[in-house]
Each structure stands twice: as C-alpha cells, then as structure tokens.
Design a protein around this ligand. Structure first.
Ligand SMILES: N[C@@H](CCC(=O)N[C@@H](CS)C(=O)NCC(=O)O)C(=O)O
Length: 279
C-alpha cells in the first residue's frame, strides 16, 4: 500500500516546510498486536479498552464520542505531551501521536483508523446508501479543517492558553511538578503551533476561521436532525467530538448561538449520554 497523508497536529515540528505533517505510513503500520509493552503499559489489563489521549486533543475527543455513542466502556490515560512516556511502544514507522486505542488485543493509532475499527465491530454509525459518502466527507473535513483550526482558538492568545492550562490541570493525572511542566511547557508549544496554523491558513483571526468552518457545517446540516438525515453517523460523531474539545472556551458559546447547530449538538450529546457506559 502506498503512503497515506497523515493530517494532524505536530508539537515538535514547527518548521514552515512541513505544513501538514506528511510522512510515510502504511495503514498496516497503524495497528499493532499487544506486544512489546513498556513499563506503564504492562501494569494495565489487556482486556480493558484504553484510550491514550491529551485532554485538549480534538482527535481524541472524536474517539471518545464514538466509544460513548456505541456504549463501549473505556479508560483514559492522559499522555504527557512533552515526554509521551505513557504511550505504548508503537511500530517504529509510526509517529508517536495520540489518540491510540487499546482494544480487541491490539493498539490502533489514528482517529479515523480507530473509528473504522469500531465500525467493523458494529456498523451502528455507518449510514446506508449515498449518505455514507456524506458522512465520510464530514469526517474528513473534521480531521483536515475543523480539528486544525481549534488549536488556534484554544491557544491563540495568551489568555486562551492560560485557560487551556487550567483545563489540562483540572483533568490530568500527573503529579504536581509534572503537571506544572505540562501546563507551562505544553501551553507554550501549543501557542507556537496555533500561530503557525493561523499563518498557514491565511493569517485570519481564530474565531473567524472557526466561524467560516461552522458556516460550511451548518449548510451541510441544514434542517436535518443529523448530518445525514435521521440517522446518527460517523460524520456527526467526528464533528461533535471535535467541538466538545472547546466546550470550556468562549468560542464554543459563539457556536451555540447558531440555533440549528445548538439543537444538533444537544441531540448528539443525548445519544452519547444515554449510551455511555460507566467504567
Ligand atoms: N491523524 C491523526 C492526528 C493525531 C494528532 O495530530 N495528534 C496530535 C495531538 S492533537 C499529537 O499527538 N501530536 C503530538 C506530536 O506531534 O508530537 C488522528 O486522526 O488521530
């Protein structure tokens, strides 16, 4: 299989000549049997579905939304973005990014790969007929556009970056010193990432970039219950999960001023809340 494009947010690659994070990775290298565990992994039960994540990663929220909607119990392990030492040992071809899901006896990297795997267990989020193409398109837009502008919203100004640090601190399982390093260092790096993203996408203001993306989404949604009509799909779950990532930020309140989007968000949330399985 030829190389595929890996869209994502790279913390340690801030040079202007690697704008979209392309690197060779075949689909088969994104999955690994449960072997060669590192120490932190070894202490974990292989039968537990475990999501290795960053609290403010839109791709991780996408996976959480899918697990909840499907009623799959899971644990989360917060990964230190500076060291990533909590991540299991991955194939050497695979960039060490989150999300990584431990499920069904293997590790799966990449949110889209993970959702594909979940759909092979039960195709509850794959709509029938032509609607599948629309669902896939919206998932792709979520990865390539929506998830890309969110760091600019979350870390664009120092005030936003400070708020992000607070969210990370509130949810992290790190000790006091490590937490301080992650809050300070992580925010600093992400502020740089956010500046690069804004520049790369034409230098617009983060709020305006997000509003432009939400205009597209609102057109696709129109007056339907879900993006593909009456059926909840991967497209809804991807966009909903991704937006959940900014729920503590003022930009989220702006999005909720769009009545159709707010009603859709509440509908998808209800499915997640109803189906969520406590661990
Ligand atoms: N295409 C990947 C993108 C994942 C991604 O970019 N993750 C970011 C966090 S939001 C990451 O782990 N960056 C760490 C790094 O590049 O070192 C997916 O859909 O899961």
């Amino acid at each position: 299989m030829g190389p595929i494009r890996s869209i994502g947010l790279q913390l340690d690659s801030l040079s202007d000549d690697s704008p979209s994070g392309d690197f060779p990775m075949s689909l088969s290298t994104m999955r690994f049997p449960l072997a060669l565990p590192n120490d932190s992994w070894q202490k974990r039960d292989v039968h537990t579905t475990t999501l290795y994540q960053f609290e403010l990663c839109p791709f991780c929220h996408k996976v959480r939304a899918a697990l909840e909607a499907k009623g799959i119990a899971f644990e989360t392990v917060e990964v230190n973005p500076m060291t990533k030492k909590e991540l299991p040992e991955l194939d050497s071809n695979v960039r060490r990014k989150v999300p990584v899901l431990q499920i069904d006896g293997e590790f799966i990297a990449d949110s889209t790969e993970i959702l594909n795997h979940l759909e092979t267990r039960d195709a509850s989020l794959t709509p029938s007929g032509d609607a599948k193409a629309k669902s896939d398109m919206i998932e792709q837009w979520t990865d390539d556009d929506l998830a890309q502008v969110l760091p600019a919203v979350i870390y664009g100004t120092w005030r936003d970056a400070a708020r992000a640090a607070k969210v990370v601190a509130r949810t992290s399982n790190f000790g006091f010193v490590q937490n301080a390093v992650v809050r300070g260092g992580g925010s600093l790096i992400m502020h740089q990432v956010a500046k690069k993203i804004s520049a790369r996408r034409g230098g617009g203001k983060p709020k305006e970039m997000l509003a432009a993306e939400m205009d597209k989404f609102e057109d696709w949604l129109a007056d339907q219950r879900f993006v593909c009509g009456d059926e909840l799909s991967v497209g809804d779950i991807a966009a909903h999960g991704c937006l959940t990532c900014i729920r503590d930020f003022p930009a989220f309140a702006d999005i909720m001023k769009r009545p159709r989007v707010a009603a859709w968000f509440a509908r998808v949330q209800e499915v997640r809340d109803t189906n969520r399985v406590a661990n």
